[in-house]
Design a protein around this ligand. Structure first.
Ligand SMILES: Cc1cc2nc3c(=O)[nH]c(=O)nc-3n(C[C@H](O)[C@H](O)[C@H](O)COP(=O)(O)OP(=O)(O)OC[C@H]3O[C@@H](n4cnc5c(N)ncnc54)[C@H](O)[C@@H]3O)c2cc1C
Length: 464
């Protein structure tokens, strides 16, 4: 053991929303524990999502849906009420809706998470310390977990939790080989976009919520030229509305299992709703609470079927766009400035000026070359840790401390988040939460997923 090794009860690797909410839940439990949160960013509670600085980069759900407290669904609404009352976010009154229906900017949501952490620290007999570093290696023995940081320091904990979030696809070797990473603009970097000729053409790969954010960024930067969007299915996220409640039809029928059966029933329920003049989002929203059960019980063949055939529609119908951003995208489409085409991205092609890409448009055999002044990559997340070119995932795989999760989505763990090693043994020392558990639960990323997992995992870690 190095002389500089520091000891703790819990080592939390990653201080985004997951790591921070786990710290909050641990602080709220009786006892006196030493918690170290290892996070290279300057602030805890933000991660990629809540480091946003633009007011237009909002949550994709309204305040009533985004509480970080599983015991109080109104927690964010209450916090926002105080925050706005104290003069914060003055622009919110332009929306003319109750506070519970506001879609807060993600940067303000980050403040909320930070404030809940500060309050929990003030009231607790446990302590939290932010260690500003990247964890690069981990060793586990019968009694402890030994973490090595990028500057060589070592931390020893009774247990360690992987709260490392999502790894962007563009940072992985596979897409690196297309040169996409080097050529692309950051979807959230408004400042960089102000350097573009405002009338130039911008190309965007991917048509999900990151694309919607990128369009907001371009608008904010004063871009007024054409935007060409390419994605495999050419599907745009639907706009989030506030549908009324609907009978939880899956609660009454646990026999529905295969993606085909489920899809048929969901469609039937949506048709029923529409016939009654009710928004189709009402029945679809009842499905959310069954996803973890349905996914974890599904056979591998059914999981594959879902990913292959249903996923694009699930993503566009379930992961919906905040209304103001959706209105902007719709307006640009109406004005003919934004066009979405179904196409697969095949790589960059040499260009003397700006960027050029090769795509295969749906229904066409050959490749089409498209040029623009800039390219934005919003093509998503790399869930397969074997392809994540960061030291910690690679070391964990090399040491046999983890194994890929179902369909190589994230890593394998038991129902409590205890990680499975390469031999399938459940670790008593190493745990995971949030996006790394994508393969275990399918939906393991959103605010509400993370908040629930944090509470359950804190209880598990303090059981003995
Ligand atoms: C742009 C964006 C917008 C989103 N918007 C919404 C939304 O509106 N609503 C919603 O419900 N969900 C949204 N999400 C989903 C979002 O991922 C979750 O809400 C939440 O941020 C997940 O938190 P996390 O801490 O698990 O992951 P992250 O936020 O990714 O944080 C993980 C942290 O771990 C750190 N880390 C990684 N590896 C190491 C290491 N080896 N050592 C030390 N630290 C490490 C990283 O620096 C990072 O800060 C959004 C996600 C993104 C990316």
């Amino acid at each position: 053991m190095s002389e500089s090794t520091r000891n703790a009860d819990v080592l939390i690797i990653g201080g985004g929303l997951s790591g921070t909410m786990l710290a909050v839940q641990l602080l709220r439990l009786p006892g006196a524990r030493r918690i170290l949160v290892i996070e290279p960013r300057a602030e805890l509670g933000r991660g990629e999502a809540y480091s946003a600085v633009e007011l237009g980069h909002t949550l994709n759900g309204n305040a009533a849906r985004m509480s970080v407290d599983p015991d109080n669904a109104d927690d964010l609404t209450q916090w926002l009420t105080d925050y706005i009352g104290a003069g914060g976010w003055p622009e919110s009154d332009q929306q003319h809706v109750p506070i519970s229906e506001l879609f807060p900017p993600r940067g303000i949501f980050g403040l909320y998470a930070q404030q809940r952490l500060a309050e929990a620290i003030a009231l607790s007999t446990s302590t939290v310390e932010h260690i500003r570093a990247e964890a690069v290696d981990l060793q586990v023995d019968a009694t402890s977990a030994l973490l090595t940081l990028d500057k060589g320091e070592q931390l020893r904990g009774t247990c360690a939790v992987l709260a490392t979030g999502m790894f962007p696809a563009a940072r992985t070797p596979q897409t690196e080989s297309t040169g996409l990473n080097a050529a692309a603009l950051d979807p959230w970097d408004v400042q960089a976009m102000t350097q573009l000729d405002p009338h130039s053409t911008v190309l965007i790969i991917g048509s999900g919520l990151t694309m919607v954010d990128a369009v907001v960024s371009l608008e904010q930067a004063g871009h007024r030229g054409p935007i060409e969007v390419f994605s495999r299915h050419g599907l745009l996220p639907h706009v989030r509305r506030q549908p009324p409640s609907w009978e939880d039809f899956l609660a009454a029928n646990h026999r529905l299992r295969s993606p085909r059966q489920l899809l048929r029933e969901v469609r039937r329920q949506c048709r029923l709703a529409l016939e009654q003049g009710i928004d189709w989002q009402a029945p679809l929203d009842t499905v959310r609470s069954h996803i973890a059960r349905l996914w974890s019980q599904a056979s591998e063949a059914h999981k594959r079927q879902f990913v292959r055939h249903v996923r694009p529609w699930w993503e566009s119908h379930h992961h919906r766009s905040p209304p103001l951003s959706a209105q902007l995208v719709a307006r640009l489409q109406r004005e003919g400035r934004l066009r979405i085409r179904a196409a697969s991205f095949k790589g960059l092609v040499p260009s003397d000026d700006g960027v050029a890409i090769a795509v295969r448009l749906r229904g066409e055999q050959g490749l089409t070359h498209i040029s623009g002044a800039a390219l934005i990559n919003s093509s998503g997340i790399e869930y397969d840790w074997r392809r994540v070119a960061r030291p910690l995932p690679q070391q964990l795989l090399k040491r046999g401390l983890i194994q890929p999760g179902p369909l190589a989505l994230g890593i394998a763990a038991d129902a409590c988040g205890a990680v499975l090693n390469a031999h399938g043994q459940v670790s008593p020392r190493l745990f995971a939460m949030g996006p790394p558990l994508r393969g275990m639960w399918w939906e393991s990323t959103a605010v509400t997923d993370v908040a629930l997992q944090a509470k359950a995992l804190a209880a598990k870690l303090t059981q003995n």
